[in-house]
Design a protein around this ligand. Structure first.
Ligand code: UDP
Ligand code: MG
Length: 309
């Protein structure tokens, strides 16, 4: 028998916990046929509703259900990491509890592992039901990342992914505090098969991400997987030096030809404003990297567990 660990991060999801379980166990017959046992790890990411009580109810019925509760909300990234650390399976899959990662895809995903792939990833080819502005910025983000990062990141990729133990151990060896899993998957490599599906809307409850949180998360991704923004300051510096040199030439020539050294105060003010703006911008970018480095250096734990069943 081999073991499949299912990791499910939950934050205020009392309505979805049981619903997800019902959908997942529909695959039981398939996995029994393959000689695969299941363990189901609900990671309660500091929920303030009845999420943990719901999981405990399931646990009374089915001993394959496990619960790990955090001491507060640490974010989905921390929850996924905790799940990977606690998982014992030969295969591990990460899924959202809101059924946006359809459990009915699991047999197809498992079949791909049998073909010899190390991991099977999923991506949505549509973004139906999502606010258009969110889709627009998400597309821009992936477009930008393709240009500025060597790590492969697929547009529309979900965190829904089935992996072998070898790949899980590779991910666990990346102990960074600022985690951006979509990048980490790409960074570790391995043979990945992509499955595509149409976007599914959330079954119950509501999304935990607003536009601002997503924007901040995308900055996290950029800083974590690209150092290209740090080059901006150098490019700007060179560009401004060239412009300044041309201007000096212009002024010297004009003085020699027409003898008028004092005019041009408004242009001077504009130049000062613009250069100082660019300087603040570049200092800000430096600050971003410094702040992330600061948090890494502190070596704080990625999550804290309050209860584990
Ligand atoms: N989630 C979490 N911690 C958080 C936010 C979200 O564990 O701080 C979980 C959430 O319960 C869900 C998954 O991450 O299972 C995806 O969240 P959500 O559906 O809100 O994101 P969306 O699908 O809208 O991108
Ligand atoms: Mg969702």
């Amino acid at each position: 028998m081999s073991l499949l660990s299912v990791i499910v991060p939950c934050y205020n999801e009392e309505e979805s916990v049981a619903l997800f379980y019902e959908e997942l166990v529909k695959n039981d017959a398939f996995f029994q046929g393959k000689g695969v046992e299941l363990e189901l790890l609900y990671i309660n990411d500091g929920s303030r509703d009845g999420t943990s009580a719901e999981v405990k109810k399931l646990r009374e019925k089915d001993e394959r259900v496990h619960l790990i509760s955090f001491s507060r909300n640490f974010g989905k990234e921390a929850a996924m990491y905790a799940g990977l650390e606690r998982s014992r399976g030969d295969y591990v899959v990460m899924m959202d509890v809101d059924l946006q990662d359809p459990p009915s895809l699991l047999p197809e995903m498992y079949a791909a592992l049998e073909e010899g792939y190390d991991s099977v990833a999923t991506r949505r080819v549509t973004r139906k039901g999502e606010p258009p502005i969110r889709s627009f910025f998400a597309r821009r983000f992936y477009h930008l990342m393709k240009k500025i990062s060597q790590t492969e990141m697929m547009d529309g990729a979900r965190d829904y992914r089935l992996m072998t133990r070898q790949m899980v151990d590779a991910i666990l060896s990346m102990k960074e505090y600022n985690r951006f899993t979509k990048g980490i998957f790409g960074w570790v490599g391995f043979q990945t098969k992509w499955l595509e599906y149409e976007n599914v809307e959330r079954a119950r409850g509501e999304t935990k991400w607003n536009f601002w949180k997503l924007l901040m998360y995308s900055f996290e991704g950029i800083v974590a997987f690209s150092t290209a923004p740090l080059m901006i300051a150098s490019f700007m510096g060179v560009l401004f030096c060239i412009v300044a040199f041309l201007m000096i030439l212009f002024i010297v020539v004009r003085k020699l030809a027409f003898g008028d050294p004092v005019s041009g105060w408004p242009s001077l003010v504009c130049i000062i404003l613009m250069t100082s703006g660019v300087q603040f911008f570049c200092t800000g970018i430096l600050g971003q990297y410094l702040a992330k480095t600061y948090m890494e250096v502190k070596r704080r734990p990625i999550y804290l567990v309050k209860e584990e069943l």
